[in-house]
Design a protein. Structure first.
Length: 102
């Protein structure tokens, strides 16, 4: 992992040691929530001098997302390089404040 090789002192902070697991969980969630529901059928395949067998037909239709449009949308809404002083407001009375990372 880049961080552990380049800056091992970063990993001393308890919150940052959870980052790899957190990142993998985000990837897992994305895979589960945006799963391709296209059906993969099969075709029959028989190479010369070989028995007949079923083979997965990967030539199916998929619904792709416009990656460039999503990236442009995210870039337009990203946090500015110079973060305003009032960017993070302290919690209001009654807001939940966790004593450990949820």
């Amino acid at each position: 992992m880049f961080v552990s090789k380049q800056a091992p002192q970063i990993l001393r902070h308890a919150q940052l040691t959870l980052t790899p697991a957190h990142c993998l969980d985000i990837i897992r969630q994305q895979l589960m929530c945006t799963v391709d529901t296209g059906v993969l059928g099969q075709v029959w395949f028989q190479p010369s001098s070989a028995p007949l067998e079923a083979f997965v037909d990967f030539n199916t239709r998929h619904r792709c997302r416009n990656y460039d449009a999503i990236r442009a949308w995210a870039e337009e809404r990203q946090i500015p390089a110079a973060v305003p002083d009032d960017f993070l407001q302290p919690p209001s009375p009654g807001d939940t404040v966790y004593t450990a990372i949820p």
